[in-house]
Ligand binder design. Structure first.
Ligand code: SF4
Length: 62
């Protein structure tokens, strides 16, 4: 499972980082960056929560 953030949609709200700080990091460019290449099963629920909370539908997970 991989997660990606579309930089054209991301507006840096940081809800993804709040939901899954192990996976998403908001940086100085005001974009969320994915820290983990292959998402382990143990983080699936958190990433799915981040997808739901993202107000811009910027996260793809699958
Ligand atoms: S919640 Fe969505 S819009 Fe906000 S920083 Fe994360 S990916 Fe970007």
């Amino acid at each position: 499972m991989k997660a990606t953030v579309d930089p054209d949609r991301c507006e840096g709200h940081g809800k993804c980082q709040a939901a899954a700080p192990e996976v998403f990091e908001l940086r100085d460019d005001d974009l969320s960056h994915v820290l983990v290449d292959e998402i382990p099963e143990t983080l699936r629920a958190k990433v799915e929560r981040a997808v739901r909370l993202c107000p811009r539908q910027a996260i793809t997970f699958g």
